[in-house]
Design a protein around this ligand. Structure first.
Ligand SMILES: [Zn+2]
Length: 416
């Protein structure tokens, strides 16, 4: 904790500009108490850790958190000052008695905003429990992850822990993450996050000194148009050579060989915005979708509802196909909608109405780098650079419009 109250009920916190001597003086003459549980707390003015107050016994206090690290304390402190410099009415370690929560920072005003600065590992359950409690009180939650949590695998490929997905932001169909590194005083954004699966995604990394960023930019970052062409191409090439097919997914290999293929077709294995809710690799389920559903429909007519039913049955054959805290139906509808849109821009399907499609060309089991690049451009136009979708569609109204209109966040169950 960075704050406590003394025996006279006066708030004491480490954001005050006091010297070490002055703090030692206070330590000699004052007693300190937790503002939440009223228990006496110890003041820690050591050399190794950042100064803080500590409960004698944490177990009794509902607001005490385990393992608060120095980076966490420093981050909290710097974020507090950063918000203050923008004229925000911000409170540090604000106690919300209704939900018995103590967010790192709380901003009151027209919009109540709670900010959690997340350094440590958490479970999905813990994350959702906190988020739901804030939202139940009409508070806007903003998760800022510690800069050390960015895990880069390739220029535009990042690794994730499952719980971190529940801390992503979603604005204007763009999913992104906010990080803060208190040592260098910089904000880092992972923008245009397109998941490959629940543990990795394509994203664009940008870095700004905190003096150049405002609170509203965290919730509404300025538009940008990255390109993933080279990264996706190299990922898809590697993936096809990857031993994952040979060792982990033997059943999938034999499934492929029953269609006289060694690798998934060109139209399978595409990252989709809602893929973060699905724990089955996209090349596997998309190949099944193409071979066992699209190719088998009478007169090549694909109905949206039937596509959803197929995927529901397919997912039921995998253990834990969908991540927790999601409405199964929403996730399936979203992923089907996204994949059908993609097949339309690939010209594999032709939209007849919002929910009816006609199959125009069978999946390609042989293809060249040129056709692959061509497909990547279409994939990008649909999921990364959305402004170009209109040009591709020629102004037609289709399932794509429906997607763009109302479906910001994924199937994450936000309202309980
Ligand atoms: Zn306490």
């Amino acid at each position: 904790m960075l704050q406590a109250v003394n025996q006279d009920g006066v708030k004491r916190h480490f954001l005050e500009a006091l010297t070490e001597m002055e703090w030692r003086e206070r330590k000699r003459h004052e007693r300190f108490f937790c503002p939440v549980c009223q228990e006496e707390v110890l003041i820690k003015l050591g050399k190794k850790k950042r100064w803080h107050f500590s409960h004698k016994s944490r177990a009794r206090c509902p607001a005490a958190r385990h393992g608060e690290t120095d980076v966490h304390r420093l981050g909290k402190e710097k974020l507090f000052r950063w918000l203050q410099s923008q004229g925000e009415q911000v409170s540090l370690e604000y106690w919300i008695p209704e939900s018995r929560q103590r967010p790192d920072l709380y901003i009151c005003g027209e919009r109540q905003v709670v900010i959690e600065y997340q350094c440590a590992e958490m479970t999905v359950d813990q994350t959702m429990k906190r988020t739901k409690a804030y939202r139940a009180q009409r508070m806007n939650d903003l998760w800022i992850l510690s800069g050390a949590r960015v895990r880069r695998r390739m220029t535009q490929l990042f690794r994730f822990r499952l719980f971190e997905w529940y801390m992503s932001q979603n604005r204007h169909y763009e999913r992104y993450f906010v990080y803060f590194d208190p040592q260098s005083d910089t904000f880092c954004f992972l923008r245009h996050v397109i998941p490959l699966d629940v543990s990795s995604c394509f994203a664009t990394y940008t870095l700004f000194p905190s003096s150049e960023v405002t609170l509203s930019q965290l919730s509404h970052p300025p538009p940008m148009m990255p390109s993933y062409e080279a990264s996706i191409l190299s990922y898809r090439q590697k993936r096809r050579k990857s031993p994952v097919y040979r060792y982990q997914h033997r059943t999938f290999l034999s499934y492929l060989s029953s269609y006289h293929c060694h690798t998934p077709p060109l139209e399978a294995g595409w990252p989709l915005p809602s893929q973060c809710y699905i724990q089955i690799p996209c090349d596997i389920w998309q190949t099944h979708f193409l071979f066992s559903f699209v190719a088998t429909q009478q007169n090549g007519v694909i109905l949206f509802d039937q596509a959803c039913s197929f995927l529901k049955r397919l997912f039921a054959t995998f253990p834990h196909a969908i991540v927790p805290y999601c409405r199964r139906r929403d996730v399936i509808e979203r992923i089907v909608s996204e994949y059908l849109q993609l097949l339309c821009v690939f010209s594999s399907l032709l939209p007849r109405s919002a929910s009816t499609f006609v199959c125009c060309s069978p999946p390609h089991s042989e293809w060249t780098e040129e056709t692959e690049r061509h497909h990547i451009k279409y994939w990008e136009s649909l999921f990364v650079n959305r402004t170009s979708i209109a040009m591709l569609e020629g102004g037609k109204s289709s399932k794509k419009d429906e997607y763009r209109k109302g479906r910001g966040d994924g199937g994450r169950s936000e309202k309980g």
